[in-house]
Structure formats: C-alpha cells, structure tokens
Design a protein around this ligand. Structure first.
Ligand code: GKR
Ligand code: MG
Length: 428
C-alpha cells in the first residue's frame, strides 16, 4: 500500500465561552482534519488541534508522505525526522495547551496511517496498538468556569428551548454553586464517575471552595481532579494543596516546571499529575531526576501519535507513574483515536479527560459518539471505526472560513470582556 493523496481541511466547531488561565475560549474551536488516500482506494483519517501554522507544516509534509507505505510507521517517522528540524520541548510555551507544530504533524500521520492499516487488515486500531484491554473506555466530567452563552452561532444568546445538559451548557458558572450545578447536569447526562475542574481563573481560595463544594455534593468517594494550569507560585500551590488533601484524586499542574512541581509534591499529600511540565520524551529524564509528578497525562496530539503514547504508557509503568489523558476541544475522529488508545493501554489507571460534551456539532457519520455511564464504547469496524460525514465536514469548513480565526488565542477573547486583561504565566 502507498499513500497517493493527502487532504487537509481546517474546520471550526461552536464552543462556549469557557474560562481558563490563558483567558476565554472563542465562539469557535478550531480543528484540522487530515485524510490520507492510499493506492488501494482506502482513506485514513486523523484530527489535530486547528491552527494555520500547523496546517502549513502538514502541507509541507506532503513532500515526505506521498509515496510512503502507511504500514511502515518507523520508516515514515524516520523520513519525517530527516525532513523537519527537531522541535525542542520548550517550544511548548507557557499556555495551558501545547504550541508545538511538528509533533502534531507526526500525530496526524500516525493516526491516519493506523486507520489505513486497520482498514486494510480488517482490524481495529486498538488491535494494532497491542490489543484491546477494555471495550468501554472511562472518561471524566470536565467542568469549566464560564460566561453565559453556548458558542458558535449561539454565541450571543441562549436557546430558550434547550433542556437538560444542553441548557446547562449555556448557563454561566462563576462560583461554587454554579460549578456544582454544571457538574450535576453533566453527570446526569453522561454518567461520568470522575470529575475535573479547570481552574487558574479566580483567586485560589475561591477555586478551593468550589472543589470542596463538589466533594460535599457528590460525596467523599468521588474522584475529583483540579487543574490551575501552573499559574500559581510554589508556595500558593503548597498552601492550596494542603487544603485539598483528602479532597482530590489528583492535583494537576499546580505549579510551573518540574522543579516547582517536585517541591509541591514533597510538601503535599496528594498525587500530582501533569500535561505541562513533562510533555515530551525529552522531558522524561528530568521527570525522573526531579520526581515531578505521579501521573502523566498523555495526549496523542502532542506526544506524536498513538504509537508514541503507547511508548509513554510503557515508560509510566517502568517508572511507577499512573497514566491518564489530557484533552482540548475536539470532534469525533479524535474521540475515536483517544478511545482506541484508552482501550489499548494496559496500565490505564484513571478516567480520561475529554472536552467532547461542550460541543454539539459532529463531522462523522452517525453523529456524536455516545458517552454512557461515563464510558465511550470502542467504535465498531476496522481502523478507527469512524467515517467522515462529508456535508457536515463542508459545513464545519465553511464555519472556519466565516469565523476568520487562524489559531487559538484566548487572550483577545478575554479582553473583549475585561479590557486590558493579560495572561500571566505565574499569577498568584
Ligand atoms: O480548553 O481551556 C482549555 C484547557 O485549559 C486546555 O487548553 C488545557 O490544555 O485541558 C487542558 C489541560 O488539562 O491543561
Ligand atoms: Mg491540564
């Protein structure tokens, strides 16, 4: 099998005004859909976070990809490694999400090649990753402080006819009561068993109060995670962490960098998780040296694909770390890829993050993948088990052209609400 065509389609999906340490989500979340067409007529799919800069690197990779054998990832990866300059782990940047580009190209190509290989062999991607450990993959509720509104074309209003989670998704949540209400609606709709709050938005004491309110509402046994995205000083993280002992399942990126994380870890009786201080293979020696975390949140978009995420899972096993998964806003191709990875990782010890409930549009045939009792069932069929809904993809591409966004940048969105607001890498 040889790759003959590579199609790159940027899309935009409606996204509510969610708050985080870097500002406010825009009314549209960007993604890019990659299709690899092979000489036997099969098509492999992948999806990565959207940005014109990543799309340009993807387009450049055509020079290596066309003619390559999708069943030989090692050869294609080596050819890409020779073509692109290495990207240092510091290129990740300070934002909550990863700013690297080439690693996302590796991810898109690895996933699309696995989809092609699975389709050619008639087996699921999880089988190609070593086998299916679980058919039902657990995800966590992902709560956000938010302003009123649903995003996309509903950005400036509420749908008065919405009920249940669709109504709750539009409501503002700016204090502990609002967060508990959001959690109740999300858990009622999707049956999640673990709950995460995205923090780093309000002063630490207010957010600690929200976590305590969640524990009171859901009971002491419910696994709670909290993630201020490293905008705290080490002493703030230690003070807040001590207040959260006995409340959290894990404390995600309370401080910035491996050394600060290690200091917090020594001072607080809570497992620490990260998708910010240990985010690439270059970071692993430092993680071991410093002891910066107990759990690494993989994300195949930023670790270079599904094969690489399996390598990370093996590292986590050898070095006694738990493994969970980070997420940004995404559509169904990513959800399928995340679920295959979750199905294939033997040492998956935590429910995975997903932003999926925040979107309502979809680009795959059959619409949104169901989340039931907090789990997504491995899609049926070979490869990823999902196919593009071409009219829906065309609509999402039109949204991209219409919205005018070319990259994710939450700071200017926040400035529309709070003039002069600036992202600070260390805020409290
Ligand atoms: O979507 O606002 C967001 C999150 O803050 C996201 O960008 C982070 O990368 O979910 C992420 C995290 O766990 O840090
Ligand atoms: Mg995080």
């Amino acid at each position: 099998m040889r790759i003959t065509e590579m199609h790159i389609t940027p899309i935009a999906l409606g996204d509510p005004p969610l708050l985080n340490a870097a500002g406010l989500h825009a009314p549209f979340a960007l993604r890019t859909v990659v299709e690899l067409v092979a000489d036997n007529g099969l098509t492999g799919l992948a999806e990565v976070p959207g940005s014109a800069a990543v799309d340009a690197v993807l387009a450049d990779s055509r020079n290596v990809v066309i003619g390559a054998d999708p069943m030989n990832w090692h050869a294609l990866k080596a050819a890409l490694g020779a073509y692109f300059k290495p990207e240092s782990s510091t290129a990740r940047g300070d934002a909550p999400w990863d700013q690297r580009k080439v690693v996302q190209v590796y991810s898109a190509l690895d996933v699309a090649c696995l989809d092609l290989a699975g389709k050619a062999l008639g087996v699921p991607v999880a089988t190609l990753l070593g086998g299916i450990c679980r058919e039902r993959v657990p995800y966590a509720a992902y709560l956000f402080y938010k302003y009123e509104g649903a995003g996309g074309d509903l950005a400036f209003g509420m749908d008065p006819l919405a009920t249940g989670w669709a109504a709750a998704r539009q409501k503002a949540a700016l204090d502990p009561d609002g967060i508990v209400e959001q959690a109740r609606a999300m858990v009622a709709e999707f049956g999640f068993q673990s709950i995460k709050l995205k923090g780093g938005v309000f002063v630490p004491d207010e957010e600690v109060a929200a976590m305590k309110a969640l524990q009171k509402a859901f009971g002491p046994g419910v696994p709670l995670r909290y993630d201020p995205n490293a905008v705290w000083k080490t002493e703030t993280a230690i003070r807040a962490g001590r207040q959260l002992e006995g409340v959290l399942e894990y404390f995600e990126d309370p401080a910035r960098g491996q050394e600060a994380m290690a200091e917090v870890r020594r001072a607080v009786k809570l497992p620490l998780a990260t998708n910010m201080c240990t985010t690439s293979f270059d970071d692993l020696p430092g993680a071991v040296q410093h002891g910066s975390e107990d759990i690494i949140l993989t994300d195949h978009h930023y670790w270079g694909g599904l094969h690489s995420s399996m390598e990370l899972a093996a590292f986590c096993k050898s070095f006694s770390r738990g493994v969970s998964m980070h997420s940004n806003n995404h559509a169904g191709i990513s959800m399928a890829a995340m679920t295959h990875l979750g199905a294939a990782m033997p040492n998956l010890t935590y429910a995975l993050d997903t932003h999926y409930p925040w979107q309502w549009e979809e680009i795959i045939i059959g619409g949104r993948l169901p989340i039931e009792s907090g789990c997504v069932t491995l899609p049926k069929g070979p490869g990823l088990g999902v196919e593009l809904d071409r009219p829906a993809l065309a609509r999402a591409h039109q949204n991209y052209l219409r919205c005018g966004l070319k990259e994710r940048n939450d700071e200017p969105e926040m400035q529309k609400k709070v003039p002069g607001w600036k992202f600070q890498a260390t805020r409290w």
